[in-house]
Design a protein around this ligand. Structure first.
Ligand code: F3S
Length: 401
């Protein structure tokens, strides 16, 4: 692999053992994937935050790397943790988990990673420009950055993204290279895709079929960034799609030639099978979850409207980034949502939360990604449907028929 003099010096330990270790990881990955060299990154997003997944060994790994003087040399933000740092006690999470979770977040902060604790860093200031090389690891954020923003990232693992932050570089392979960004799966949509959950259902269906290929959507028409967020998150969950194009919508698809001449075509005529596969047979609903990926201000405004003058009977959680929660407070949205008894929570994701500490058995969500992961990761029986159906479930405690 061709390394610059500076990279060779970093690898040799001239900037300390922490930087050398970061270079070793980045270079090793590059060798595995046949990279010719490294590329500087402008932004990093690090997943692997929940103590539930990291455990003591992961916490120790971070602490030791920080003790070696390793620090991020480019702007870097953190994925959600397992708890809301302010509200964990009221929600019923244990002090023992909270203490360890805070230690993980502090270790990342020592390493120079901003404790944004969100999977939508692009809504809180970590917004790469078109063509930027970046190293992000949260799968839904990777999909959004590649597809909607036109930045360039592979689907990094937590340690490799952290290494890229400390090295300021990643290996130049995969989606960093022009030739790998063209689509090899044409998806022709021939059914209405109108609600947020429809976008998730479509993503669920296409992700399963595409696995790690690059889909090119035709027939979707105009899409909002919130709808694209749901589409990409679902494809990244049911498959491993890290980049997709939407004809005349996403930035690279406005040019011609992004669909490879040799491609497979998938025609989608209805979404019923996706809805069916994401729905289990739960009637009573204990918990309703909005904000997977983390909710933006528009989504919170919609919930505030739908909940106005009503009271929830099921626990109702809206997860978002802490900085967006602050803005939603200023705009009166948190007060409007919480007047119904629902909660607007920050920092956390239910998929990596220690949900077994709580007594919930069933959940409803309009997120296809959430509905894919919660049964296996949080052990709940899940209903998936529109935002309106989930609001009705929150009010009545029953899944609407
Ligand atoms: Fe974000 Fe967790 Fe959903 S990381 S995309 S809220 S599964």
């Amino acid at each position: 692999m061709d390394l610059t003099a500076e990279e060779r010096a970093m690898l040799a330990g001239d900037l300390g053992p922490g930087v050398a270790k970061a270079l070793e990881i980045v270079v090793a990955l590059g060798r595995v994937f046949g990279a010719q060299g490294l590329v500087s990154v402008t932004s990093v997003q690090v997943a692997g935050v929940s103590y539930r997944n990291l455990g003591e060994a992961g916490l120790q790994f971070l602490t030791e790397w920080a003790a070696q003087g390793a620090r991020a040399r480019v702007p870097a933000t953190l994925n959600p943790a397992g708890i809301d740092a302010a509200a964990w006690r009221e929600l019923g999470f244990s002090e023992e988990f909270a203490r360890r979770q805070m230690a993980v977040v502090e270790a990342y902060e020592t390493l120079g990673i901003a404790a944004t604790c969100t999977c939508t860093p692009y809504l809180v200031g970590n917004v790469p420009s078109f063509g930027d090389h970046i190293a992000w690891s949260e799968s839904s954020a990777v999909s959004y950055a590649n597809s909607v923003l036109g930045a360039r990232t592979n689907r990094e693992g937590g340690p490799s993204a952290l290494a890229a932050a400390i090295a300021g570089r990643t290996a130049a392979y995969g989606f960093h290279l022009d030739q790998n960004r063209r689509a090899d799966l044409r998806v022709v949509v021939r059914c209405p895709v109108t609600t947020l959950s429809d976008f998730g259902a479509l993503g669920h269906l296409v992700g399963k079929h595409a696995r790690d290929r690059v889909p090119f959507f035709e027939g979707l028409g105009e899409c909002s960034s919130t709808e694209l967020k749901a589409l990409g998150a679902a494809m990244a969950a049911s498959g491993a799609v890290a980049l997709y194009h939407v004809d005349r919508v996403t930035p690279e698809a406005v040019r011609s030639g992004m669909l490879l001449p040799e491609h497979e075509t998938l025609i989608v005529t209805d979404l019923r099978s996706a809805y069916a596969s994401l729905n289990a047979d739960a009637t009573e609903i204990d918990l309703v979850w909005f904000g997977c990926p983390h909710a933006g201000l528009e989504e919170m405004a919609q919930l505030a409207r739908l909940l106005e003058g009503r009271r929830v009977t099921a626990a109702t959680w809206v997860t978002t980034a802490r900085a967006l929660r602050e803005r939603a407070i200023e705009e009166g949205l948190v007060a409007a949502i919480e007047a119904s008894g629902a909660r607007v929570l920050a920092d956390m994701c239910l998929v990596v939360a220690p949900m077994q500490e709580l007594a919930f058995r069933t959940m409803a969500t309009p997120s296809a990604k959430g509905a894919s992961y919660v049964p296996s990761h949080a052990g709940l029986v899940v209903r998936f449907g529109t935002v309106q159906q989930c609001v009705e479930a929150a009010i009545t405690g029953m899944w609407p028929t």
